[in-house]
Ligand binder design. Structure first.
Ligand SMILES: *[C@@H]1O[C@H](CO)[C@@H](O)[C@H](O)[C@H]1NC(C)=O
Ligand SMILES: *[C@@H]1O[C@H](CO)[C@@H](O)[C@H](O)[C@H]1NC(C)=O
Ligand SMILES: *[C@@H]1O[C@H](CO)[C@@H](O)[C@H](O)[C@H]1NC(C)=O
Ligand SMILES: *[C@@H]1O[C@H](CO)[C@@H](O)[C@H](O)[C@H]1NC(C)=O
Ligand SMILES: *[C@@H]1O[C@H](CO)[C@@H](O)[C@H](O)[C@H]1NC(C)=O
Ligand SMILES: *[C@@H]1O[C@H](CO)[C@@H](O)[C@H](O)[C@H]1NC(C)=O
Ligand SMILES: *[C@@H]1O[C@H](CO)[C@@H](O)[C@H](O)[C@H]1NC(C)=O
Ligand SMILES: *[C@@H]1O[C@H](CO)[C@@H](O)[C@H](O)[C@H]1NC(C)=O
Length: 332
């Protein structure tokens, strides 16, 4: 960083920041952040607004980290110039749509709805599929509500590894583009969708490689030319909503899970328990990849390795953030 440039911007912006009670320390933090997170602005007003949002988030992070009763810490990251509402709008799915889907899926399949097998608990003490080489590098969905395709692709990647010993990145973009109403699915590109729809689609058409159908983060026309020979899951099942059932399932393979990620934007490390457990809003699809000896869930996200613990989050035991609610696993 050019120190003359920093001094000049401080001199120019100082009156505004003094009014907002922004310290030099925060200003330097902003300069550092903005050099790593390139943004374009429609106007000077927007630029100023984003800076103020950043300062507010920075304060929240500092306040949280200065309280020592927390089991997790927060940090500044790529979401730090977004308000909570914008984050929900641009990155998460709509929880009322998710709820409706789960309700319909559950009532449509009332006879076959997963019932708990927790009596037969053969789960071992800890599981972590990362240590078995079953997971590809963590991805970044960007500002597109395509979490459901990342959850499904990671599930298929790890199953392909477990079954065929082949770890290959699969194409989320194919799922964003092709798992649509024209193919008979209620999924909706960057506006959300369902991992199990991706499994159903892929069982028919196959999922191709990331390399041959790269991610662009907007919905395009489905282009399945020559992809009918990709990986095809044969069967999958819903996991009953108890901790024992999820643990048992994780002994076989990673599991696609739906969670409430409303409060996750600045998670950095530790065991997360910051969801409002009396008001769970399911709005994000991710992948459970294991649990530790204390029963904490290890979860893979799709917000790049800059977020969380190298792209992963640990969730406190039981139904933290709704993790037991609506889960799928490939079985063949
Ligand atoms: C500005 O920040 C200082 C130090 O953090 C604090 O003591 C003071 O009350 C703040 N002033 C306003 C107007 O918020
Ligand atoms: C449930 O069934 C209804 C009526 O048959 C159908 O419109 C809806 O798409 C189904 N929902 C799911 C999630 O399968
Ligand atoms: C519901 O059951 C039908 C038929 O058994 C199956 O094709 C479908 O995948 C199931 N849907 C869910 C959401 O489990
Ligand atoms: C793994 O799968 C990919 C994609 O299907 C294929 O190109 C590659 O040759 C396979 N690797 C091995 C070692 O079989
Ligand atoms: C569709 O995919 C094929 C094969 O990967 C590629 O050559 C072609 O350019 C793609 N078409 C469009 C419109 O993206
Ligand atoms: C949690 O949600 C409940 C129900 O909406 C609400 O009354 C409560 O204030 C929320 N708690 C926190 C800490 O936000
Ligand atoms: C939560 O998980 C812990 C550890 O696995 C267990 O001892 C406890 O009974 C669970 N609590 C509930 C309410 O399920
Ligand atoms: C778990 O599923 C059962 C139905 O199988 C349902 O009655 C119950 O409300 C669910 N519990 C939670 C915490 O989602």
């Amino acid at each position: 960083m050019n120190s003359k440039f920093i001094l000049l911007s401080i001199a120019l912006l100082m009156p505004i920041y003094l009014a907002q009670n922004v310290s030099i320390e925060k200003l330097l933090a902003y300069n550092k952040w903005s050099s790593q997170n390139l943004r374009t602005f429609l106007s000077e007003e927007e630029k100023l607004f984003r800076q103020l949002v950043f300062f507010e988030n920075l304060q929240k992070v500092k306040d949280h980290n200065s309280q020592d009763h927390h089991t997790y810490s927060l940090d500044i990251n790529q979401f730090s110039d977004m308000t909570e509402e914008e984050f929900a709008e641009k990155v998460l799915m709509k929880s009322h749509v998710v709820d409706l889907h789960i309700q319909q899926a559950t009532s449509n399949n009332s006879t076959s709805t997963a019932s708990s097998n927790s009596a037969s608990n053969n789960a071992i003490i800890t599981v972590d599929w990362r240590t078995k080489g079953a997971l590809t590098a963590v991805k970044n969905q960007g500002q597109c509500g395509s979490c459901w395709t990342f959850s499904a692709a990671a599930l298929m990647e790890s199953f392909n590894f477990i079954k065929n010993k082949n770890l290959t990145d699969f194409s989320e973009q194919q799922l964003v583009d092709c798992v649509n109403s024209a193919n008979g699915y209620s999924s909706n590109g960057c506006n959300g969708g369902w991992p199990e729809s991706c499994l159903d689609y892929s069982s028919k058409f196959g999922i191709t490689t990331l390399k041959s159908y790269p991610y662009v983060g907007v919905q395009k026309k489905c282009n399945i030319t020559g992809t009918n020979n990709g990986f095809k899951p044969k069967s999958w099942k819903q996991i009953p909503n108890t901790s024992k059932d999820l643990q048992n399932a994780l002994n076989f393979s990673p599991v696609s899970v739906i969670v409430d990620a409303s409060t996750w934007s600045h998670y950095s490390s530790g065991v997360y328990n910051g969801c409002n457990q009396t008001n769970i809003q399911l709005n994000h699809a991710v992948v459970a990849v294991g649990y530790d000896s204390l029963g904490n869930w290890i979860v893979r996200n799709s917000w790049s390795t800059a977020w969380g613990e190298q792209g992963y989050i640990r969730l406190a035991p039981n139904n933290t953030c709704g993790i037991l609610s609506y889960n799928y696993q490939i079985t063949a």
